[in-house]
Design a protein around this ligand. Structure first.
Ligand SMILES: [Zn+2]
Ligand SMILES: [Zn+2]
Length: 336
């Protein structure tokens, strides 16, 4: 079968690989319907890479598909079931798994990064990370279950009340999913900070709230003018804006740090957290939030389809990746 394989730094592409086989009794073989390109894929294929993947691995970790074969110990899923997959396979045995924190598993393995993923016709995963989803959901929408499950994990850490205000820094797919969920949760006033022209225009079209370019405008002045005291919540989805978040959040407000930027080293005055009584929360991957994500998609709680800007066949994945790299797309779907 054809698959998009990461070879080594800066070298990757579609090539012929053997069809994967079920090797353990708890595994299922999935025929991939749709697989979304994640920002992580853009980082992996960059030179120098912003994220490290295992050489020779089939990329792709946000997907949905149909179970075509199953191991003898798979009892909750049937051949023909449509599933979405948590790409972060956990061991179920380590101290964090036993604390019901599979996202912090000490033996975590990432599909499409550490082992073969879903930019391919077929993919094999453990049954414990596959979740049934209705056939009614559009395949491209179902492929976005993983970023949604991660966003839900962040939202579950806070207690949004109607009339609360929030700032989302970064209007990439995750930032926009968070913004949509915040609106549904009762946020009355929402500000979205973004500097890329394409994404600014795209976000304005979604009508979620005020879109501010913090380079061209004084975001703090605008937000304080409307909220008087600063925002109740600030979500930094860029991984580097803790200092800006501290400025925008109100006293006794909450900052949620979502994005990962391993290079970011921001200087902040610790006493501001103390005296403003700010809560700073980190959120990482999806933590038992796939069932919630599946429900949100099945019941169309948010309009995930509005975030899908491009669809390509597997053979043209490089075009999709380049569009994302240039910031000229939001969600790009690959149909193998
Ligand atoms: Zn991802
Ligand atoms: Zn574990």
């Amino acid at each position: 079968m054809k698959a998009a394989v990461f070879e080594n730094v800066g070298v990757w592409g579609v090539k012929e690989v053997p069809k994967p086989e079920i090797k353990k009794p708890d595994q299922v073989l999935i025929e991939v319907e749709a697989c979304s390109i994640c920002g992580t894929d853009v980082h992996i294929t960059a030179d120098p890479p912003g994220y490290i993947a295992t050489e020779g691995t089939v990329l792709g970790h946000e997907f949905c598909g149909i179970i075509r074969e199953k191991g003898e110990r798979v009892d909750q899923l049937e051949i023909g079931d449509r599933v979405v997959v948590n790409p972060n396979n956990y061991c179920g045995k380590c101290v964090y798994c036993r604390k019901n924190l599979p996202n912090q598993c000490e033996n975590i393995e990432a599909l499409g990064i550490d082992y073969d993923g879903a930019f391919a016709r077929y993919c094999v995963v453990s049954d414990k990370v596959a979740y049934k989803i209705s056939n009614e959901v559009d395949a491209s929408v179902a492929a976005c279950a993983e970023p949604l499950a991660c966003a839900v994990n962040g939202l579950n850490k806070v207690d949004i009340k109607p009339s609360d205000s929030a700032v989302v820094i970064g209007a990439g797919p995750i930032g926009l999913i968070i913004a949509m969920l915040l609106k549904k949760s009762g946020i009355s006033r929402l500000f979205i900070l973004e500097t890329a022209p394409y994404r600014m225009e795209f976000t304005k079209g979604l009508n979620l709230g005020q879109v501010i370019n913090p380079i061209e405008e004084n975001a703090a002045e605008k937000i304080y003018k409307e909220t008087e005291i600063g925002a109740d919540y600030v979500f930094d989805v860029t991984g580097s804006q803790i200092a800006a978040s501290m400025e925008l959040v109100r006293k006794d407000g909450t900052i949620v740090l979502f994005g990962v930027n391993k290079q970011a080293r921001k200087e902040i005055a610790q006493c501001e957290i103390t005296t403003k009584e700010v809560r700073v929360l980190g959120t990482w991957l999806a933590n038992a939030t796939f069932p919630q994500a599946v429900k949100i998609l099945e019941e169309e709680v948010i309009d995930m389809k509005s975030l899908i800007t491009d669809t390509y066949p597997l053979e043209e994945i490089k075009e999709g990746m380049e569009k994302l790299r240039k910031g000229q797309a939001v969600k790009v779907i690959i149909k193998p």
